[in-house]
Design a protein around this ligand. Structure first.
Ligand SMILES: Cc1ncc(COP(=O)(O)O)c(C=O)c1O
Length: 496
């Protein structure tokens, strides 16, 4: 009896004088992973993946396909019959390729998007193959211990309190959500209210004091937590987008009650980091919980060259950051830390009779995350840190900052080009002046022309009422040559 790729039995029959071979899909037979057919399926994936990665240094960054073109290639009626997995993979790769943005490559400078460190990428493949459900220790012991190790390494790397609790979540959004859930628990608990038991109806009002330049995911996290937008008190920021401690003091003095202060490390436009030490002083006097959204800026704390920007960070109560941004781990991968493990665990913990919890010596991740079943995303984070070591992380952060400064210097040198921000981290804001005076329109046109040119990709933004080109250097593989080629492409677009 011969078996096919799906483990089904191969039968032959004659149809219209032709010999037809078919595999009867089997639901009872396990696929044979030692078979050449299945081994070559994963071999195909490796060939396709490395083929894509090999092209990145020279590949056009922007996709060429339109949404309709992609729909045509990928869509169609719901398939009725099975298809050979090797053909599925080949078809998928071919159809998706023109719609892929080369975010993994060194000339992608849009949003704040990191690439894939080789060790992290390879570990991510293993993560999929192992298919661990990393919610409970009992279901995935290695995943649990790897997260423990990552938590310890990362708190040390960022200089956070050694006993801080941590969670590996999907991204900055859920890191902010998780931290603010712990904050909500803590400030209401101090006011004598059990929010986990009683919810928010009838609870003392929580005021949330935020910088006016906070990231939009803070607003959404607070919304999801039932702290509506009317509980938000925006505090004016300085010209780089940093929360002003004097304005925070004034805001804290206006009302009283359970208070959360949301500070930021890494403004999404300028990269500026709030004066965390002063914020912790002022918030501490008011007994407020301080949360730091450091989706990418927390990584500044890992490098001696930029650590001074984050002075006082260890005094906060909770922190959010991403691994999929500056650590260059595949999506999706965020990190949350909390100086009050009890608050963190009370906010997130859950129990059900069928869930087999460890006795306390092991870590059940679902006590620290908003998810139940979850990907074992600790493996790629572990591989990234293990492959870089502390010195590699420092080098990665410093290199991206140096590339950002190179962009800024090269562009600012040109007549009619302005750099709007102090380039303290990996973000650069650029504006193109128009002889007719419509600088916004000209800047928009240059951004569009660069995107269409394809040498590099970057986005636009509006900073303090001015349209700007936004360059974020977050990819481990960006080289000086990538920066120079991109500067040339930007200047070409500006002169066109
Ligand atoms: C400051 C800040 N906070 C939060 C986020 C959201 O992170 P994520 O997209 O990983 O959810 C970002 C994303 O750029 C950010 O820059």
């Amino acid at each position: 009896m011969r078996r096919g790729l799906l483990g089904g039995i191969i039968t032959s029959y004659r149809l219209d004088r032709r010999e037809v071979r078919m595999e009867e899909p089997s639901t009872t037979t396990r696929p044979d992973w030692t078979s050449p057919a299945l081994r070559s399926l994963l071999g195909d994936a490796a060939t396709l993946a490395t083929g894509f990665l090999e092209q990145l240094p020279e590949r056009r960054v922007a996709p060429t396909a339109t949404a309709d073109g992609l729909r045509e290639e990928l869509g169609g009626p719901l398939p009725e019959e099975p298809r050979d997995p090797r053909l599925v993979l080949a078809d998928l790769a071919k159809a998706a390729e023109p719609g892929l943005m080369a975010t993994a490559g060194g000339r992608y400078f849009g949003f704040v998007i990191g690439g894939n460190l080789p060790a992290a990428l390879a570990a991510d493949w293993l993560t999929s193959s192992w298919d661990q459900n990393a919610g409970l220790y009992v279901a995935a012991p290695a995943a649990s211990v790897v997260e423990e190790v990552c938590g310890a390494w990362l708190t040390e790397l960022f200089g956070l309190p050694g006993d801080a609790s941590y969670g590996l979540v999907t991204g900055g959004q859920m890191a902010n959500f998780t931290a603010l859930a712990a904050a909500r628990h803590s400030v209401l608990d101090e006011a004598g209210w059990d929010v986990e038991a009683n919810g928010l109806i009838g609870a003392p009002r929580v005021r949330v004091i935020i910088g006016e330049e906070r990231h939009v995911t803070i607003d959404r996290a607070l919304r999801l937590l039932g702290l509506g937008s009317s509980s938000l008190h925006p505090v004016p920021a300085d010209e780089q987008g940093r929360m002003r401690p004097d304005a925070l003091r004034a805001a804290l003095g206006e009302t009283s009650g359970p208070t959360i202060v949301c500070a930021q490390a890494g403004n999404v436009n300028t990269g500026a980091i709030d004066p965390l030490d002063a914020i912790c002083d002022v918030a501490g006097e008011a007994g407020a919980w301080v949360h730091v959204d450091g989706a990418f800026g927390l990584w500044a704390a890992a490098s001696p060259a930029s650590r001074h920007l984050t002075r006082g960070i260890e005094r906060a109560d909770s922190w959010a950051t991403d691994a999929h941004k500056w650590l260059n781990v595949p999506y999706d991968s965020g990190l949350v830390f909390c100086a009050h493990p009890d608050a963190h665990r009370t906010a997130m913990g859950t129990h059900a009779s069928y869930l087999v919890y460890s006795e306390g010596a092991e870590r059940d991740q679902l006590d620290w995350n908003p998810e139940a079943s979850r990907r074992a995303r600790g493996f790629p984070v572990y591989a990234a840190i293990r492959s870089l070591g502390r010195s590699g992380v420092v080098d990665l952060v410093d290199r991206c900052c140096a590339h950002a400064r190179r962009f800024a210097e090269a562009l600012a040198w040109e007549p009619g080009v302005e750099v709007l921000n102090d380039v303290v981290l990996n973000q650069v804001l650029v504006r193109f002046l128009d002889t007719g005076g419509d600088h916004d329109a000209r800047t928009r046109a240059v951004v569009k022309a660069v995107q269409e040119d394809g040498t590099c990709w970057l986005g636009g933004t509006t900073w303090q009422g001015k349209v700007a080109m936004r360059i974020s250097v977050s990819n481990w593989s960006t080289t000086t040559d990538d920066v120079d080629r991109s500067v040339a492409a930007i200047l070409r677009a500006a002169s066109g």
